[in-house]
Design a protein around this ligand. Sequence first.
Ligand code: KIV
Ligand code: ZN
Length: 513
Amino acid sequence: MAHIRIFDTTLRDGEQTPGVALDTAQKIEIAKQLARLGVDIIEAGFPITSQGDFEAVQRIAREVQGPVVCALARTARADIERAAQALEPASSGRIHVFTSGSKIHLEYMLRKSEEEVLEATVESVRLACEYTDDVEFSAQDCTRSELGFLIRLYGAAIQAGATTINIPDTVGYGMPEEYAALIRTLRERIPGADAVHISTHCHDDLGLAVANSLAAVGAGATQVECTVNGIGERAGNASLEEVVMALETRKDVWGHHTQIVTRELYRTSRMVSMMTGTPVPPNKAVVGDNAFAHESGIHQDGVIKALETYEIMSAETVGRDAGVLVMGKHSGRRAFRRTLEELGFAELGDDQINALFKAFKDLADRKRTVTSEDIRALVEVETARVPQTYTLEAVQFQSGTHMTPVATVRLRTDTGSYEEAATGDGPVDAVYHALERISQVPIALEAYEIRSVGSGKDALGEVSVRVSSEGRSVHGRGLSTDVVEASAKAYVDVLNKLAAGVARRLGESVATP
Ligand code: KIV
Ligand code: ZN
């Protein structure tokens, strides 16, 4: 039984999800959670691309213990030196050197001959080995590359000192059997391949990233590169939680194990969704809202009699509970703190606990039963909070079948309280117009999503928005039992993030792979 290494690239490939921008504090928070989750390697960023990426990798290398911390670099001296510099504080650091393997990439993107790519690879891997004995090498677009060139290229990288060779399906083109055959062939034909780790890196353009990753494991790969919730460039990467639970649930098929603490999967998924502003679809395997919900009478009858009638894994295994009542409006601060600890939030500071307790009391006034899911959602909002330049003081709106929706909003800033009224196509639109009048910040709404936390007519509504403003892209979230108020809070979250500079310039990031 082999140990399959889980290489998490949420902070690098995952951050290449359109519209996603994480600040350093958020990256550290996620990296610490990835360490609790038990991933083997965290790809923390691509240090040459920006000062922000450099600092995030450096701080993760310094502050996060457990996993190997990895930094990405092209086959260029400056990239490798910058990656090595960022990794200096790490207990164990890996440099991930990449180039391309396909004719399409060589001709149109790199504008280099095969010999030039080979030469740059050897030089770069050698240089990386001067800084660490843990060097990974990847050639993008392997599934559309010529086999003979891949064998030469990876053989040269191993000879130069690479200890992991990663075979990316960069454009999500491979089919499971084909990709497995590629891994098997490379393993058999690359000189020295039996002495290094073979890694998979699959994108989900045809919805096959997880299937391809598993097929590669079946063919001898011992490392899987993946992201939490499958986020990433275009259609995303292989989803970590799906790969892990497939290996875990079907050990009889794969015969391998990972060191992932599966009880941390749900919390990690929620944190990443919250911080990146990418909602998890309800039908998403393992972590979606409906993954353990049984709707039809026959199914419900079955699971009441025996869970295994319709469940192949238990919700608890992945860190989900039934959303049972945990607290009510009469619960005190001590009980609240204990509940937070039981839910795995033992590391919150006193200020955060005070803010959460207040939010909990406000919620308990509006909602008869406060569930563990509600408390998790409150914690997610609190831990993602940036300095509050703007505070929402009041929202009022009127709308109906035969009237123009109108809203009044009061917002507090350092300089006082401001109130504006506006009309709109609906109550949310009216609220957003009023907020725009007060803040004078030009904002274009690009995506708006709403989900219910738990069920019932008093369930919390969670609104997430993605906006662009003067060439910057940012997301915001808001929680309330009133969905219009949750929408207003999401917008105010955006205003605060823009004020705090937590936004990505549209088109920012240099030469991302
Ligand atoms: O998709 C890809 O090829 C990559 C490489 C940098 C590994 O992300
Ligand atoms: Zn990728």
